[in-house]
Design a protein around this ligand. Structure first.
Ligand code: ZN
Ligand code: ZN
Length: 347
C-alpha cells in the first residue's frame, strides 16, 4: 500500500477576488520594519549539541548558494476557487484541517499532529485561529483531541505564541513539541518551562546544514532549515521545513502518509537543489507551502519537480485572497475550519 495515487477533496466556498498585497512575502519583508520579526537573537553558530537538561537538541552540518528575487504579473478577475480533484472513492485515511495562516491539524486513524497552531499576530493581513478553535484545542475537544506532537516552523508572531504553547503542554502531558531553538528560547523565559522541557525537541540547524531525522512518538521526522522568504534578508530567522511520516492503517494494512510543512520558506531553488537526494528519498503525499510559491515559476518548479510531493496546498493566504493566487488555479486553504480529505484511490 502506498500513497501513490492519493486524491483530495476540500470543502470550500468560492471567494470574491480582492486586491491586496499580492506577493505576500515581499510584504512580509517590509513588515520586518514593523515587527513581524519579533526580537530574535541572531543566529549563533552551527550545531551546538547543548543538551541542556533533558531537552533534546538536534543539529547537523553542510554546504552553499545565492538568491534572486522573482516578480510576477497581477491582474483582476473573479475567483475560480480551488482545483481539487474528484471526491474520494473510499474511506479517507487522513484529513487536514485548517486552523489559520499556517496552522494545520493533520489526523490519521493513528495519530494527530499540529503545525504552527498558536499565534496571535495577524499583521492586519492574515487569518487568526478563531477563539472557539483555540478553546477546543486547549480543551482537547474533537477533532483537536489527543495530539501527539506539535511542530513549529519559526518564531514569528504569526506562527508562534510561547505562552499558549507552554499552557498547552502543561495541560496535555503526552504532547511533544518540535521547534527551532529560537522559539524554545522564548519559552524558557516563562515560569513552568521546567515541567515541559523533557518533551521538547529543539532544532538547531544552520543554513545549508544537512537535514536531520528523528522520531517523536510514532512519527518519523525530517527537518531542514530553509531560509525565510525575503532571503538573503532575514537570514537570521531559523525557518524549519518539516517532512513528517504519519502512521495509518487501512484495511488491516499498516502504511504511512507523508506531509511537508514549509513555514515561511523562500521560493528559490538554490535552497532546495542541494538537497536533491533528500527530496528524492521520500515521496510526500501533500506539501503545505506558503502560497507565494504558486506565484513564481521557480516556486512552482520546486513544488512540482523538486520536493517530490504529489500535491501542494497553499497556506499563509491573506484574508483578502491575492488575485494572482485566485487566478493560479492552485489549491489552497484560506478559511479557518476548511477540511481536506486525503485518501488513496482504489487501484
Ligand atoms: Zn515569518
Ligand atoms: Zn509568516
Amino acid at each position: 500500500m502506498q500513497n501513490k495515487n492519493a486524491t483530495f477533496k476540500i470543502s470550500y466556498k468560492v471567494r470574491k477576488a480582492s486586491f491586496v498585497c499580492i506577493f505576500c512575502f515581499i510584504c512580509t519583508v517590509s513588515a520586518n520594519a514593523f515587527g513581524h520579526g519579533k526580537a530574535l537573537s541572531s543566529h549563533t553558530a552551527l550545531s551546538s549539541q547543548t543538551a541542556h537538561s533533558e531537552q533534546k537538541t538536534i543539529s547537523s552540518t553542510e554546504t552553499t548558494s545565492t538568491h534572486k528575487a522573482h516578480s510576477h504579473n497581477e491582474s483582476l478577475s473573479d475567483h475560480k476557487a480551488h482545483n481539487y480533484k474528484e471526491p474520494l472513492q473510499q474511506k479517507t485515511p487522513a484529513t487536514a484541517t485548517y486552523l489559520a495562516n499556517e496552522g494545520i491539524l493533520i489526523s490519521t486513524d493513528k495519530v494527530k499532529v499540529l503545525f504552527d497552531p498558536f499565534f496571535h499576530n495577524d499583521y492586519n493581513i492574515y487569518q487568526l485561529v478563531p477563539d472557539e478553535t483555540l478553546k477546543a484545542i486547549m480543551n482537547n475537544e474533537t477533532p483537536y483531541n489527543d495530539i501527539s506532537a506539535i511542530f513549529v516552523s519559526h518564531a514569528h508572531g504569526d506562527h508562534f505564541a510561547e505562552q499558549d504553547m507552554l499552557d498547552y503542554m502543561l495541560k496535555h502531558s503526552a504532547v511533544e513539541l518540535v521547534a527551532p531553538a529560537q522559539a524554545i528560547t522564548e519559552m524558557q523565559e516563562l515560569s513552568g518551562f521546567e515541567k515541559v522541557k523533557s518533551r521538547i525537541t529543539k532544532i538547531e540547524l544552520a543554513y545549508e546544514e544537512a537535514p536531520i531525522s528523528f522520531s517523536v512518538n510514532d512519527i518519523k521526522v525530517d527537518a531542514v532549515r530553509i531560509p525565510h522568504a525575503g532571503w538573503p534578508g532575514r537570514a537570521d530567522v531559523s525557518n524549519i521545513v518539516y517532512r513528517v511520516r504519519l502512521p495509518h492503517e487501512m484495511d488491516g494494512n499498516k502504511d504511512e502518509l507523508t506531509f511537508i510543512h514549509m513555514g515561511d520558506a523562500d521560493p528559490n531553488d538554490k535552497h532546495f537543489r542541494p538537497l536533491r537526494t533528500f527530496w528524492e528519498a521520500q515521496k510526500t503525499t501533500v506539501a503545505f507551502p506558503p502560497y507565494w510559491f504558486f506565484l513564481t515559476n521557480t516556486g512552482n518548479y520546486i513544488l512540482d519537480y523538486r520536493i517530490n510531493a504529489e500535491k501542494s496546498v497553499g497556506v499563509h493566504v491573506p484574508k483578502q485572497v491575492p488575485v494572482p493566487l485566485l487566478q493560479s488555479g492552485k489549491p489552497y486553504f484560506s478559511k479557518p475550519g476548511e477540511v481536506m480529505e486525503i485518501g488513496t484511490e482504489v487501484k
